[in-house]
Write a protein that binds this ligand. Structure first.
Ligand SMILES: Nc1ncnc2c1ncn2[C@@H]1O[C@H](COP(=O)(O)OP(=O)(O)OP(=O)(O)O)[C@@H](O)[C@H]1O
Length: 335
């Protein structure tokens, strides 16, 4: 659906070239929720603004549906942009227009007949759950309601792609959850391709299918969210995951110093999360274990668990083999 091929972008500031993207290769399949995560200044907004060509690459190609969009003329670009909706951190609603008028705005720009606009706006208002607020102005709405207006407006022209630039960063955790849920629903209902830009791994963990980690204008890691989240390879990714899990690794390791035995981390995924593996392996191999830390949660629809254990007595090598044979991922933190 969307493909970046060796995309470079630099901005000229006071006659000097400031690089923002340094050779981005990326493939986003149709119908996916694709997360792009990076720290401030990593190039996330610049990257997403290339998808609707609000920024033009200095070098490289951007394909949508196999077509190189950088070759389009102004009229071609306007037409293409109608197929791409966008929502923003600060909602960008027109403050002098009501909810219904904000949602109608892109349809009026597109020259849609008035009767059709009414019908479509009513459908969208119902879909995002704002029936009681249609005649209110943005200042009379909560942040979550404003973002629902933003989503309805972005969907008005029936786009195939929705770009979300830090769309939940200004919302509290509960409102974030309900907005993410709405995005996941419309992704499924309309087979909409959604690109989510964020600096929070938790947003991607909840709704993402694939993720790319951006660092200094480069993709440093990419893959299915579960793989990247549970086994982050790059330092930047590891930091994002630790932030999401609220783990201070140094503190954790200092606490382990006083614990005897081998220290391992087990990762359970999918159905194995609910199997009584620990008890079975302890009985079979005679090891004792104590749980040092752990969590059980979900990555989108997949349950997972991660436990840090110390193993003492019995046959620890056999225990590790049994864990692996049961489909768990075993990492030895201290041999
Ligand atoms: N219009 C511009 N003119 C000059 N430099 C720019 C422009 N837009 C972005 N940059 C620079 O490009 C780099 C990437 O910026 P970008 O806004 O894409 O990062 P980001 O990851 O979205 O950060 P944030 O999360 O803070 O928005 C930064 O060094 C930024 O200063």
């Amino acid at each position: 659906m969307i493909e970046f091929i060796d995309v470079h972008k630099s901005f000229k500031v006071d006659g000097r070239d400031i690089p923002a993207l340094n050779g981005i290769d990326l493939k986003i399949e149709a119908g996916q929720i694709f997360g792009i995560i990076g720290h401030s200044g990593a190039g996330k907004s610049t990257l997403v603004r290339h998808i609707n060509l609000l920024e033009k690459p200095t070098r490289g190609r951007i394909l949508i549906g196999g077509e190189d969009i950088t070759a389009r003329d102004a009229a071609g670009l306007r037409e293409m942009r109608r197929g791409i909706g966008m929502i923003f951190q600060h909602f960008n609603l027109l403050s002098s227009k009501t909810v219904a008028e904000n949602i109608a705005f892109p349809l009026r720009l597109a020259g849609t007949p008035t009767a059709k606009i009414h019908q479509r706006v009513n459908e969208l208002i119902a879909r995002v759950g704002l029936e009681e607020h249609a005649r209110k102005y943005p200042a009379q709405l909560s942040g979550g309601q404003k973002q629902r207006v933003g989503i309805a407006r972005a969907l008005a022209t029936g786009p195939r792609i929705l770009l979300c630039d830090e769309a939940t960063s200004a919302l509290d955790p509960q409102t974030t959850q309900s907005v993410l849920q709405l995005l996941a629903e419309i992704n499924r209902e309309f087979n909409l391709t959604i690109v989510v830009i964020t600096h929070e791994m938790d947003v991607i963990r909840r709704i993402g299918d694939r993720v790319a980690v951006l660092d200094a204008g480069r993709v440093v890691e990419t893959g299915p969210v579960a793989d990247v989240f549970l086994h982050p390879q790059h330092q930047t990714t590891q930091r994002f995951v630790r932030e999401a899990e609220n783990v201070d690794e140094q503190e954790e390791h200092a606490a382990f110093e006083h614990v005897p035995g081998r220290i391992i981390r087990l990762t359970f995924r999918g159905e194995s999360t609910y199997q009584p593996v620990l008890g079975q392996v302890a009985r079979e191999t005679g090891v004792d274990f104590s749980i040092l830390s752990g969590r059980i949660d979900r990555i989108k629809d997949t349950p997972y668990g991660q436990l840090t254990l110390s193993l003492t007595d019995g046959q620890p090598d056999a225990a590790l083999q049994r864990f692996a044979a049961a489909g768990l991922t075993v990492e030895v933190l201290r041999a």
